[in-house]
Ligand binder design. Sequence first.
Ligand code: C5P
Length: 244
Amino acid sequence: MFVPTKLYEGKAKILYTTDNPDVLLADFKDDATAFNAQKRGSIQGKGSINCTLSGKLFQQLESHSIKTHFIDCPAPNQMRVKAVKILPLEVVVRNIAAGSLCQQTGLSLGTVLPQALVEFYYKDDKLGDPLLTRDRLLLLKLATEEQIESITHLALQINEFLKGFWQQCGITLVDFKLEFGLDSQQQLLLADEISPDTCRLWDMAENDPNRRVMDKDRFRRDLGNVENAYQEVLQRVLKVLESQ
Ligand code: C5P
């Protein structure tokens, strides 16, 4: 009988081997961390919500010709994914100024950007995930020129799709983080997750800067009602998908 091995445990997920070397099983945890794991907690039901949401969004993206690592969800908090070598990059796309963009540039929270901004951060906890320039990406051999081009293009395509999708849910997509991996044929696949942990999502029906927050900022900034917000995001997504 096959015994799964734990390959990797991250802050939000555990990755296990399966009986197929090309397939891994991701187990989504309820654990929540922020500020490079200086703040720790748990969001009840988060694992299942983020796994289900990510699965639905990956399926939507696949149907729009974006290749992802998603295979299926054998349980609400488990996702079978194609085995990929994750690039040590956090690719952030921003439509509206928030978070570190405001802190580092002085732009006011909520400033609508004239065009989507694509940024690359070095996924390295010890270094504090620093913002990279194109030259630093090449210097550190984190990606080739061609990969930088492809990732930027894919990130913008994903943003266009997601902006429209979240809008149908009555939600403004402020910004989000993506991760990419390479499969055995060196093909770029969208990996990791797309969830309220990795996106800033604002309720279009709320103007109040705290009440509109439907994402992990509720946990980061101790705004309360974290579980309710995540649950509401999932319900809205399911409702839109049902109506399609
Ligand atoms: O903190 P910052 O403003 O740079 O975050 C931009 C976006 O990337 C936010 O949606 C945040 O949730 C996401 N992010 C993430 N994981 C990180 C850093 C940021 O999902 N390690």
